[in-house]
Write a protein of this length. Structure first.
Length: 134
């Protein structure tokens, strides 16, 4: 058995075993903070431009989709190792059926997408779903 503590070489392993390589760059690492009146989501999106980002809300799910394209010139060069890729990456977060688009605001700055999601007033939700019987 190989001792990874003393002999691990990421370049060697990635270069000679590309089938084991995964693209961790677009996993959209996320932190969610509970503020008093809202939730704050921080999503890592390195090198993503605003025009390549789509955030939508559908059936209680917040969808974040990124469309990444590498430069055509870069593709034509002779690479020894190329881990950057192009394609569409997405992630969904359940935020609840009562959250509406007007409750969500966001900004993309320095590769960090920050979304503020207003908390839903639970008492108002309970009242709106309650049917009064006469």
């Amino acid at each position: 058995m190989r001792n990874y503590v003393t002999s691990y070489d990421p370049f060697f392993d990635l270069f000679f075993q590309p089938e084991k390589r995964t693209n961790h760059r677009y996993l959209m690492s996320t932190d969610i903070l509970d503020k008093k009146d809202h939730y704050e989501m921080k999503v890592n999106l390195p090198d993503v431009k605003k025009e390549d980002l789509n955030v939508s809300l559908e059936n209680g799910y917040l969808n974040i989709e990124v469309n990444v394209n590498t430069d055509k010139q870069e593709k034509e060069e002779d690479y020894i190792l190329n881990e950057r890729s192009c394609g569409t990456y997405s992630r969904r977060y359940y935020v609840g059926q009562d959250v509406e688009m007007k409750d969500i605001s966001g900004k993309l700055e320095n590769g960090l997408l920050t979304l503020n999601i207003q908390k839903v007033n639970e008492e108002a939700v309970k009242k709106s779903h309650q049917i009064e019987i006469q």
